[in-house]
Design a protein around this ligand. Structure first.
Ligand SMILES: [Zn+2]
Length: 167
């Protein structure tokens, strides 16, 4: 068994696209609507830095369309990010530290951008093993982590060598 400190990367976490952050910070989201400026209560999951917000941080709530091939399954949903330029995630070769133990939907997609039936609700335990098993399924090319009740997009995971729009 391995711990998340020593796990060899079998997947890559993709950073939130800089272009989408810049557009939101400039005042326009994926639907052309202005983002909402809010002050964090603490614990809001930040897609830019892949950590929870500290109380008092200024955030933008805005619509985002995760990149997928042209597909009926493309969708725009709400995400939270820092209102101003920020540091970004600590690491992209491992599961985000704050997401261990956090229930998520791991939604798998195929090369067409259609939802793949490897999709599952994940309890946050052993994400390395769960993700490796999902990526081993024929046809799975990427996985989107989303929260369970609201369904909001968190981040994208691929095999380490898979090209992706943000790369
Ligand atoms: Zn940030």
């Amino acid at each position: 068994m391995t711990t998340h400190d020593t796990t060899i990367a079998t997947f890559r976490v993709h950073p939130f696209p800089a272009e989408a952050l810049e557009c939101a910070r400039a005042g326009e989201d994926a639907s052309g609507n202005p983002p909402a400026l809010i002050v964090a209560e603490g614990g809001e999951p930040l897609r830019c830095c892949l950590r929870d917000a500290e109380p008092g941080e200024e955030l933008l709530l805005f619509g985002y369309e995760p990149p997928l091939p042209a597909s009926p399954y493309r969708e725009i949903g709400a995400v939270l990010a820092h209102a101003r330029p920020c540091e970004g995630p600590a690491a992209l070769d491992r599961y985000p530290a704050g997401w261990y133990g956090r229930p998520q939907v791991l939604r798998a997609y195929d090369a067409r951008g259609w939802i793949h039936d490897a999709t599952r609700v994940h309890d946050g335990q052993d994400p390395e093993g769960v993700i490796a098993a999902m990526l081993a399924r024929p046809g799975v090319v990427e996985i989107h982590s989303r929260n369970v009740a609201y369904g909001c997009y968190m981040f994208t995971i691929t095999r380490p060598d898979t090209p992706h729009e943000d790369a």
